[in-house]
Ligand binder design. Structure first.
Ligand SMILES: [Zn+2]
Ligand SMILES: [Zn+2]
Length: 227
């Protein structure tokens, strides 16, 4: 299964420029059979949405809901994820293996400490990765409260220092991932994973990421031997 691990929609992420349905169709055309929607779950995003915490989460999930609906038509499995900031810095974290109930339970995820988010993920059965930890303006956060690290980020509008991220993951024995960080057409299909088997629900994703045996897509090419 060729799966995109870092993807934004224009419906939910203010910095995303491509509507979910169009992007999903493009990913299907590019040969992907899975994608994880990781829109920004940040304070400024959630506070811009009206209503109760529950309603804000529903509005946040609009990009995911549209992507999932289009995925069913296009034959591509769309899974829920999130990219959230946390207390104590500007760094971004990717959550894999969450479903709606997780966000309903933690509608202020962005105000929690890294340890609290890590424990919430662990209790739920989800995984916490730091996204692009060496991007300019970011620093690697506490590896004791991380499951993994995004060691390839395909966004070309930032200096991501991906090699430093890979060394950090190795040094601390953390899981690794790759994602396009899709915001614009130029990001399409730059990153992702080639999993040895298919995942059909968010709940199955953590086990697939923990079992290894996959290759990372980097600059649109599958790179073997990274794991
Ligand atoms: Zn963004
Ligand atoms: Zn992102």
């Amino acid at each position: 299964m060729k799966i995109e691990m870092h993807f934004h929609t224009s419906e939910t992420s203010p910095c995303g420029s491509v509507p979910a349905a169009i992007a999903v169709r493009e990913y299907a055309k590019a040969g992907y059979t899975g994608m994880v929607v990781t829109d920004h779950f940040n304070r400024y995003v959630l506070e811009s949405f009206p209503g109760s915490p529950h309603e804000k989460v529903d509005r946040y999930l609009r990009g995911y809901d549209i992507a999932r609906e289009e995925g069913e038509k296009s034959g591509i499995t769309v899974l829920m994820g999130a990219e959230s900031c946390i207390a104590g810095g500007p760094e971004d974290f990717l959550l894999y293996g969450i479903e709606r109930d997780f966000l309903y339970e933690y509608p202020r995820l962005y105000a929690m400490t890294q340890e609290e988010v890590y424990k919430a993920c662990r209790d739920y059965g989800a995984l916490l990765y730091q996204a692009h930890p060496f991007r300019s303006g970011c620093r690697p956060r506490d590896p004791a409260f991380l499951d993994g690290v995004e060691i390839y980020n395909g966004n070309r509008r930032h200096e991501n220092h991906n090699a430093d991220a890979a060394a950090f993951a190795r040094r601390h024995g953390l899981l690794v991932s790759s994602g396009s960080d899709f915001h614009e057409y130029e990001d399409l299909a730059q990153g992702g994973l080639c999993l040895p088997y298919s995942v059909s629900s968010g709940a199955e994703l953590p086990a697939a990421l923990q079992s290894g045996g996959f290759t990372l897509i980097q600059e649109g090419e599958s790179v073997s031997g990274t794991l």
